[in-house]
Design a protein around this ligand. Structure first.
Ligand code: TYM
Length: 356
């Protein structure tokens, strides 16, 4: 599989004595396969960028790795939410993760707020994170924008909670889209500082970011990424065929006519990338297939491809949403399965810091 900028797996760290020579910490859990952890915010229905950059890999590789997936409703609190809507979005996101093919028996799915170790470890990590590191986070700058003074402290320390998510499970690999690269780097910095200060406690995680699809761009403006907060440029996984048709027909292209993978033509490049990822065809095959054809034919075929991909996902999603009690049960089971691991890591960190 093609990956970009990912180091190879770090060897599992062995237990060390704390610098202070304090008590031995509980042993890290032995692993059969590399541990994968990733999360997604329940702030709206996921879009094609979430699917192509992250979710489809999570489903495709669940046997290859020992995977855990988290619906990060504490992260959602960093900007105002309507509580009833958030509760609903949390369930529907869980349904969507199942609908894209994640099997909760093989890869637990759980809600972040149901495992309190996430918030507890985040506090401890806040105390070893420099303000200077947080000041460099692009996402805070773009989300807070001009409203920096009124943005929440939670939005500012968002990446520290994300580091807690990752570190609690001795995670080796974090499969994410390109926009999360800097956050995973911050988690690595935190591990290095913590282990240096308190002795070997956390595993050093690596980002797992694919070359293709790691940054799907907005349909209405291919110079910015597709995002939940900009619904005009996003294609949501629940969009009906007629909506998909309309959105693709309106998607920004350019005044040329040829279909090619030219990064200097960002509109058609983005659409052709989506076509390639969904069809599994190479760039050369696609360019050849559309040689002599125009945007109209290309967009019609792309629409068909997206509809055909989403149709079975939407059908499973609708079935799952019919039984919210079963979904809630699955999520509780997921939390029950991962909680002991999370607590063991939290206790290790507390022991290292002298608070346990
Ligand atoms: P979130 O909810 O914004 O997005 C979920 C996943 O989708 C990827 N993604 C994209 N990939 C390609 N093109 C796009 N336009 C696009 N937009 C989003 C994201 O990179 C992500 O992988 N902070 C995280 C959630 C999180 C997390 C974690 C992730 C919390 N804790 C621990 C990994 C590990 C976020 O807001 O993702």
């Amino acid at each position: 599989m093609a990956t970009k900028g990912n180091a190879t797996l770090e060897p599992a760290k062995t237990e060390g004595k704390t610098k202070s020579g304090a008590q031995a910490k509980p042993a890290k859990e032995p692993k059969q396969k590399p541990r994968v952890f990733s999360g997604i915010q329940p702030t709206s229905i996921p879009h094609l960028g979430n699917y192509l950059g992250a979710m489809r890999h999570w489903a495709a590789e669940q046997d290859h790795y020992d995977s855990i997936f988290c619906v990060v409703n504490l992260h959602a609190q960093t900007v105002p939410q309507d509580p009833a809507e958030l509760r609903q979005n949390t369930l529907s996101l869980a349904a969507m993760l199942l609908a894209v093919g994640i099997d909760p028996q093989r890869a637990p799915i759980f809600i972040q707020s149901q495992v309190s170790a996430h918030a507890e470890l985040a506090w401890l990590l806040n105390c070893v994170t420099s303000l200077g590191w947080l000041n460099r986070m692009h996402q805070f700058k773009s989300k807070a924008g001009e409203e920096r003074e009124s943005a929440s402290a939670g939005l500012y320390t968002y990446p520290v909670l994300m580091a807690a998510d990752i570190l609690l499970y001795d995670t080796d690999l974090v499969p994410v889209g390109d926009d999360q690269r800097q956050h995973v780097e911050l988690a690595r910095n935190i591990v290095e500082r913590f282990n240096d200060r308190f002795g070997e406690t956390f595993v050093l995680p690596n980002p797992l970011i694919r070359e293709e699809g790691a940054r799907i761009m907005a349909l209405d403006d291919p110079t910015r990424k597709m995002s939940k907060s900009e619904p005009n440029g996003a294609l949501f996984l629940t969009d009906a065929p007629s909506v998909i048709k309309k959105k693709i027909a309106r998607a920004t292209t350019d005044s040329e006519r040829t279909i090619e993978f030219n990064p200097n033509r960002p509109g058609i490049f983005n659409l052709a990338t989506i076509y390639s990822l969904l069809s599994g065809q190479s760039k050369a095959e696609i360019e050849e297939h559309f040689a002599g054809k125009g945007y109209k034919e290309f967009k019609a075929e792309l629409t068909e491809l997206i509809v055909a991909t989403l149709q079975p996902i939407q059908q499973r999603y609708a079935e799952l949403m019919n039984d919210p009690a079963q979904l809630e049960g699955l999520l509780r089971q997921g939390a029950d399965r991962v909680r002991p691991r999370a607590e063991a890591t939290l206790h290790r960190a507390q022991t290292a810091m002298g608070i346990r």
